[in-house]
Design a protein around this ligand. Structure first.
Ligand SMILES: Nc1ncnc2c1ncn2[C@@H]1O[C@H](COP(=O)(O)OP(=O)(O)O)[C@@H](O)[C@H]1O
Ligand SMILES: [Mg+2]
Length: 232
């Protein structure tokens, strides 16, 4: 494999202390190649969202080593992690974390504008149109359905064209046909930019589009299966 974009070795995440300590991640070894598309599967509570938080720099591992896009994530402070993520890592969380006081287009454009993108507003509108929300640009999150909010969160993550995209069950709130069209947008952008995609999903259709399927069980990797690209 060429230099991995994510290199995790013996990653552990323990929350709580003493007798109340819970081991959430129990020694994860995972290398992801640039441009790879990886589906992360596993039962509820197996640690998928926790692993995504650590790999994307939202949460610090308790121990182990983690290099993402050439940066040693275990050595960075929270502020430095936030800087490392900006423009480089797009994240779609299970709870969408849209800003309630901003419209859909503001939610997508504002982070890009803050990052200095002169075309932030045009690109935000285009990305929302691509996920089928061209008619919802000036709606506030509270005026949108769960599925529409999910699509705003996806547009926000992919609009800056980050080289690394993480998505936690991005089709979880969408009906099958909307889910398929959003997945198409995600993979089309990936094809355009060569981004690396790490997607947590229960959606078999979505997992089948990925190069590689990693299964978690009880905080550990239970299986790791590479597939020839385009095999699905
Ligand atoms: N803040 C927390 N404190 C204690 N336990 C937590 C916390 N967050 C998650 N967990 C536990 O960690 C385990 C993995 O959770 P999670 O990563 O959300 O799993 P998944 O996304 O696979 O459903 C679960 O047992 C969950 O209850
Ligand atoms: Mg989860």
């Amino acid at each position: 494999m060429s230099q991995p974009v994510i290199a995790a070795s013996n990653l552990r995440l323990t929350l709580g202390e003493g007798p109340a300590a819970v081991e959430i991640l129990r020694g994860i070894d995972l290398d992801v190649a640039p441009g790879e598309t990886l589906a992360l599967l596993g039962p509820s509570g197996s640690g998928k969202s926790s692993l995504m938080s650590v790999l994307s720099g939202l949460e610090q591992a308790s121990s182990g080593s983690l290099t993402v896009a050439g940066e040693d994530f275990t050595a960075l402070s929270e502020d430095d992690l936030a800087r490392a993520r900006r423009g480089r890592i797009g994240i779609v969380l299970q709870a969408f974390h849209l800003l309630p006081t901003m419209t859909a287009v503001e939610n997508v454009a504002t982070p890009m504008e803050l990052a200095g993108d002169k075309n932030a507003w045009d690109r935000a509108a285009q990305e929302l149109e691509a996920v089928g929300l061209g008619h919802r640009l000036t709606h506030y999150p509270a005026q949108l359905s769960g599925g529409e909010q999910q699509r705003v969160a996806i547009a926000r993550a992919i609009a800056p064209r980050p080289p690394l995209i993480f998505a936690d069950e991005p089709t979880g709130n969408l009906d099958a046909s909307t889910g398929d069209s959003v997945v198409d947008v995600l993979f089309r952008r990936r094809a355009e930019t060569g981004a690396t995609l790490v997607i947590i999903t229960h959606d078999r259709h979505l997992a089948e589009k990925c190069d590689r399927v990693v299964t978690l069980a009880d905080g550990q990797i239970a299986s790791d299966t590479a597939r020839a690209r385009g095999a699905a």
